[in-house]
Design a protein around this ligand. Structure first.
Ligand code: SF4
Length: 458
């Protein structure tokens, strides 16, 4: 059986996949969901997590297709950020009003996780972040001990700003280093170098940030086994309690797509992308090195020291609910996923409509029963906790579990293994680390083709 990196499989991308990118944000690519199909039964519980998208970046990295606003070195950019933050606070208030109507005031529970992703949240002035956090606190409440994460990029903050974020309550930082090799960073269009990454790490340590993560991307042009191992070693040495390791995706519309996409012509001036075999080796190397250093590989791209899992991201993998605020942010409330507009003016129009109580006409990415089952399998199989078969029985019925047993057979035991309960019954299903996790897309493709409950009968 051919081993392939989960994130790079073309066939499965045509089906569906969920991935995170170097921004702690769930990005969902779904089958052709139609808005008029029956939705899942409404949850009786309002979310206690919020994702806030702060879309400003110095420049666009060559691999990035995120909804961002490039500010370059402009010194007047904070005006635009203030206008945007005002829209986010208005969206937050209007959403809270709708939620109170839906759940009643007592049904709104304080937020337990908040994630500022982007873009580059560390470009945003401290008082602007404070305004957004203050609004979340007033409208929803923030639980004591809540995890409040912010993505920060090297070269975009100093000690004053970091301390300012900490004073506001940010207690977890996700640092977008991506590589500890200057040439690789330059070829990826990153706006920082290794010296700035080292300075940023030093600041996180000296300012006593309670928890922090480093992001790395494997599969960047110019990365070889030696530079990859050096980046892994450096991240382990840094003392980060969490590491995210992403595999490069070459997305349409990016500079990388022009250079490395389907129709790209060979250009000797650029290093080639690492081969799939090299990417698979890099995945294995990351898993082995980080686990040997005491990190738990708890999700396909995520490693944590004991007790340092990212609580916010776990909500995504558990298929839980979260609010989304800001341009392009997704949310998952009452079983319905929604993606906000990706363009600034359309996002502002969406906020106006939301405030007026109009039908906001956002893209619905929620689905009916088979879509919900597929999402559930896809999310759970990415994690070391795996798929709880008793939970599947409860949510989708015992016959679905029988279908899973049949479909998964070719992958057991090399790529998938069962956990058993104290009665000796198979109670959970897990992909093996690293081989099974690398095969996750093929596993899902097989489940789709073999499970009648996942048949797309539309
Ligand atoms: S910093 Fe992040 S969001 Fe901004 S352009 Fe680069 S990859 Fe995209």
């Amino acid at each position: 059986m051919k081993v392939m990196i989960h994130t790079r499989l073309a066939p499965a991308r045509a089906l569906a996949h969920v991935r995170t990118r170097a921004h702690g944000r769930l990005k969902t690519v779904v089958r052709s969901f139609s808005a008029d199909r029956a939705k899942l039964p409404a949850s009786t519980r309002a979310p206690t997590s919020a994702y806030v998208h702060l879309p400003f970046c110095r420049s666009r990295c060559y691999y990035c297709d995120f909804a961002i606003s490039v500010i370059g070195t402009r010194t007047d950019a904070s005006e635009g950020m203030r206008a945007y933050a005002e829209a986010v606070t208005r969206e937050t208030r209007a959403t809270a009003t709708r939620m109170r109507e839906r759940y009643g005031a007592s049904g709104i529970k304080p937020l337990e996780t908040i994630f500022f992703g982007g873009g580059t949240p560390s470009l945003v002035p401290v008082d602007v972040l404070g305004e957004i956090l203050g609004t979340l606190r007033r409208e929803f409440g923030i639980a004591s001990g809540a995890e409040i994460s912010a993505e920060m990029d090297p070269g975009t903050f100093n000690e004053d700003k970091l301390r300012g974020f900490l004073d506001l309550g940010v207690n977890r930082v996700s640092l977008g280093v991506q590589s500890f090799d200057d040439e690789v960073l330059k070829r990826a269009g990153r706006s920082h170098d290794v010296r700035e990454a080292e300075l940023a790490i030093e600041m996180l340590r000296s300012c006593g940030v309670p928890r922090w993560s480093v992001d790395l991307i494997g599969g960047l042009p110019g990365v070889d086994a030696k530079t990859w191992r050096a980046s892994l070693d450096r991240v382990i040495e840094s003392g980060a309690d969490h590491v995210s390791v992403y595999d490069l995706q070459v997305e349409k519309g990016t500079a990388f797509y022009r250079w490395y996409g389907e129709n790209a012509k060979e250009d000797g001036s650029r290093p080639a992308l690492p081969s799939e075999d090299a990417s698979a080796d890099a995945f294995r190397e990351a898993s082995a090195a980080l686990r040997a250093a005491g990190y738990e590989h708890y999700e396909v791209s995520s490693y944590a020291k004991p007790g340092a899992r990212c609580k916010h991201n776990q909500i995504y993998w558990q298929n839980g609910g979260w609010y989304g605020f800001g341009m392009s942010a997704t949310s998952h409330v009452d079983g319905e996923r929604m993606a906000r507009p990706r363009k600034m003016n359309e996002y502002y129009a969406y906020v106006n409509a939301l405030e007026k109580g109009e039908d906001v006409g956002v893209i619905s990415t929620g689905g009916d029963g088979s879509d919900a089952l597929f999402e559930h399998l896809m999310l759970r199989l990415r994690t070391s906790d795996g798929l709880d078969l008793e939970d599947v029985t409860e949510r989708f019925g015992a016959s679905v579990v029988d279908e899973i047993h049949d479909a998964i057979k070719p992958f057991v035991p090399d790529y998938a293994v069962y956990g058993v309960n104290d009665r000796g019954h198979r109670s959970s299903l897990h992909l093996t680390d690293p081989e099974g996790l690398m095969m996750s897309t093929e596993v899902l493709s097989t489940l789709i083709s073999k499970m009648p409950s996942l048949a797309d009968d539309r």
